[in-house]
Design a binder for this molecule. Structure first.
Ligand code: NAP
Length: 487
């Protein structure tokens, strides 16, 4: 069943208390949700530190995965990621196992949470792609001294996140969507998001669509954050921009988030397990309470969600605040703050408003694995990455010699993205990681795999290669970038 399809009366939710302060913030949110009258039942499961200690490297037991597969909705506390040994983050594992492709992080000004931006009415949402990009975590040591990470961005992933952003704008009555990318530098990966954004934007003529270069977006967020409504961006950019946005409105104690997919949605605060505060009844549960508000809306409990959000606003407005903003010597205890919110359920603030939310319509794209089908394709050359201690001129002379009677000729050698052979006059500090570009001498041409093997055999006679990339053209468009200085 799709997560955005209407459910039966009572919704079963997998709840993961998590580590450190997790159980305290989760209990606070559960108590408030129950008091709101929402029709919910909890199924408690474990993940995180205790599970790692039992020797399970994923940190997520099978029972938890089975529960999530059944309930499709998760409210979770933070999970500690062991530092310094091999385990992956259990958080990232959960997000990726269930293809929660959109990370939605709202940031709004709250009463009594004084920041340098108070009074400017910040109310924005960062929609971050959640499963692709550098966060796929595919990394290789290429030479003993050179590491590589793959930044994988798919057309389908871009379309899902962009459509989610526009649909979110509609569901929340927002007027603008900014797409923040580094497309000026990474034309294929970041550029894919920009191109898809520009295409999809035409289907939403009532929403203002702007592209912004991500570094300027970070700058504008500090300078004039109130200009933003929805920001859609790639995983890495979104990680940074969403933390920046939450800092503008009071920081981690107030930053909710939702990981949304077509099948499963995982609701968690942005903050971690803050171990030094664990068990002390002092931390701020607002982030997880506002996260639970997002969850209530997701399951169609719009009235309960609005009641809880209003109660949080009324409580903060009345001056009840936790130690992170009031000072730990005089702030309200986590439990007392929770009691105050429960006591304020049903009340409305005169000044602080809650948006009128509609159901979020998630995109349902085709299921074809080869989502984009070109009419034509050709292999027009080969990049061979070579580990070599030789200076560029010597490596170049050797490779030209090795391919003298081949159908492929050495076009150039690059080093970390800059052409170093034939010489350009540039002064470059080279590493032992060369990209050697071979192209077919006569055009048009299509390189066969036999020719690839033959070239590699020739190179192996004198050099150590560590990986190759075919130079592809799809529909007569180049599918590879040139090095700096290459024509
Ligand atoms: P953190 O747990 O978020 O805590 C950093 C600091 O933020 C705290 O020391 C505290 O600041 C403040 N803070 C965080 N949550 C707060 C709250 N609810 N109320 C008041 N203040 C709060 O970040 P970390 O220390 O980098 O990470 C600790 C562990 O959590 C790590 O194992 C990390 O991997 C994990 N983590 C998990 C998640 C997740 O499950 N989604 C996310 C992030 C980190 P002050 O010290 O200034 O008071």
């Amino acid at each position: 069943m799709d997560a955005d399809v209407a459910r039966s009366d009572t919704t079963l939710i997998t709840v993961i208390p998590g580590d450190g302060i997790g159980p305290e913030v989760v209990t606070s949110a559960q108590r408030i949700v129950e008091a709101s009258g929402a029709a919910i039942k909890w199924e408690e499961c474990e993940a995180g530190a205790e599970v790692f200690k039992k020797g399970l490297p994923s940190g997520v037991p099978t029972e938890t995965i089975e529960s999530i597969s059944r309930t499709r909705i998760v409210l979770k506390g933070p999970l500690e990621t062991p530092v310094g040994f091999g385990e992956k983050s259990a958080n990232v594992t959960l997000r990726k196992l269930f293809e929660t492709y959109a990370n939605i992080r709202p940031a709004r000004e709250l009463p009594g949470v004084t920041t340098p931006y108070s009074g400017r009415g910040i109310d924005l949402v960062v929609v971050r792609e959640n499963v692709e990009d550098l966060y796929a975590g595919i990394e290789y040591m290429q030479t003993p001294g050179v590491a590589q990470a793959l930044k994988i961005i798919s057309r389908k992933g871009c379309e899902k996140i962009v459509r989610t952003a526009f649909e979110l704008a509609l569901a929340e009555g927002r007027e603008k969507v900014h797409c923040a990318t580094k497309a000026n530098i990474m034309k294929f990966t970041e550029g894919m998001l920009k191109r898809v954004f520009e295409e999809v934007a035409r289907e939403y003529p009532d929403i203002e669509a702007n592209h912004i270069i991500v570094d300027n977006c970070a700058h504008q967020l500090v300078k004039r954050p109130e200009q933003f409504d929805v920001i859609v961006t790639t995983n890495m950019n979104g990680d940074i921009l969403s933390d920046e946005s939450s800092a503008l409105v009071g920081g981690l104690g107030f930053a909710p988030s939702a990981n949304i997919g077509n099948e499963v949605a995982i609701f968690e605060a942005v903050h971690g397990s803050a171990p030094k505060y664990a068990g002390k009844d002092v931390i701020n549960p607002t982030a997880l309470i506002l996260t639970a508000v997002m969850m209530l809306r997701h399951i169609g409990e719009f009235d309960a969600a609005a009641d809880v959000e209003h109660a949080v606003l009324v409580t903060l407005e009345s001056g009840v605040r936790t130690g992170d903003i009031a000072g730990y010597d005089k702030g309200a205890a986590t439990t007392a703050y929770t009691d105050a919110i429960i006591g304020n359920l049903g009340k409305r603030s005169e000044k602080w408003k809650v948006r009128d939310y509609k159901p979020l319509r998630l995109p349902h794209l085709g299921t074809d694995i080869d989502f984009v089908k070109p009419k034509t394709r050709a292999v027009v050359g080969l990049d061979v990455f070579v580990e070599s201690p030789l200076p560029p001129a010597e490596l170049g002379a050797s490779l030209m010699d090795l391919t003298r009677d081949s159908r492929l000729s050495l076009k150039m050698i690059g080093n970390r993205g800059t052409k170093v052979f034939p010489p350009t006059g540039a002064i470059t500090d080279v590493a032992d990681h060369y990209r050697c570009r071979f192209v077919i001498r006569e055009k048009p041409g299509d390189l066969s795999d036999d020719e690839v093997h033959e070239l590699l055999q020739r190179i192996s006679l004198q050099h150590r290669w560590m990986h190759i990339e075919k130079l592809l053209e799809f529909d007569d468009e180049l599918g590879f970038t040139r090095d700096q200085g290459e024509n």
